[in-house]
Write a protein that binds this ligand. Structure first.
Ligand code: ZN
Length: 198
C-alpha cells in the first residue's frame, strides 16, 4: 500500500477490517470519507455507535432487535406454533421478503462446523429447545443447503424429534426462471426429493 499520512492510513485500516474489503476498496472508502462534508462524516460515526449500542438479541428468537422482543416475536398475528430455524438475521429478512410465512423464527447464530471449532453449544440451540414447551407443533429447519447446513439440520432434527415436535426441512429446488437443463444434478436431486402433490 502506498504511504499515506497517519490519520488516512488509520482510516484505511479500519475499512479493511470489514468482510470482503481489500486494500484498494478500503482506500477508496477512506478518501470517500475525507471528501464528505463534516456533518455527513459525523452521521456515519453516530450510525456505527448507535448500531453497536442499540442493537441486541431478541430474548425469544435471538434475532437482532432494538428492543427486548423483536417485532415478529411481539406480533400477536404471527403463529407461535411454528418456528423456522435459520442461520442468521439475513435469512430472516430473505424469508420475510417472500411474504409466504406467518410463523416465528429462531436464529442460530451460525452452523455447526467442527473445522472452525463451532460446536452446538456455541450456537443458540439451548434457547431453541427452551421454546419447545408444548405450544410449538412444527420446527422448520432452513439452514443453507451445504455440508455444514445439512450437518446442523440433522443434529437439530435428532435433538427435537424425540420431544414430540414435527421437524421439517425447507425444500430446495430449481431457481425460478432457470432452465432445467442448466441446473446441476445436486439441485435437481433436491428438487425431486422435495416434490409435492398438486
Ligand atoms: Zn424475536
Amino acid at each position: 500500500m502506498p504511504e499515506y499520512i497517519l490519520p488516512v492510513t488509520r482510516l484505511i485500516e479500519c475499512f479493511r477490517r470489514l468482510p470482503g474489503v481489500g486494500s484498494k476498496s478500503a482506500a477508496r472508502m477512506a478518501f470517500g470519507v475525507l471528501e464528505m462534508p463534516e456533518e455527513e462524516a459525523e452521521e456515519f460515526c453516530r450510525a456505527i455507535r448507535s448500531a453497536k449500542h442499540d442493537v441486541r438479541r431478541c430474548s425469544v428468537c435471538c434475532d437482532l432487535s432494538d428492543s427486548e422482543k423483536c417485532g415478529i416475536c411481539s406480533d400477536p398475528g404471527r403463529d407461535g406454533s411454528v418456528i423456522c430455524v435459520v442461520e442468521d438475521s439475513r435469512a430472516v429478512t430473505a424469508l420475510e421478503r417472500a411474504h409466504e410465512y406467518n410463523g416465528t423464527y429462531h436464529v442460530l447464530g451460525g452452523v455447526i462446523s467442527p473445522m472452525n471449532g463451532i460446536t452446538p453449544d456455541r450456537l443458540n440451540v439451548k434457547e431453541l429447545v427452551a421454546r419447545l414447551n408444548g405450544d410449538v407443533k412444527e420446527v422448520i429447519i432452513a439452514t443453507n443447503p451445504n455440508i455444514e447446513g445439512e450437518t446442523t439440520a440433522v443434529y437439530l432434527s435428532k435433538l427435537i424429534r424425540p420431544l414430540g415436535v414435527k421437524v421439517t426441512r425447507l425444500a430446495y429446488g430449481v431457481p425460478v426462471g432457470a432452465d432445467l437443463e442448466f441446473a446441476d444434478s445436486e439441485t435437481l436431486a433436491r428438487a425431486l426429493e422435495g416434490r409435492r402433490e398438486f
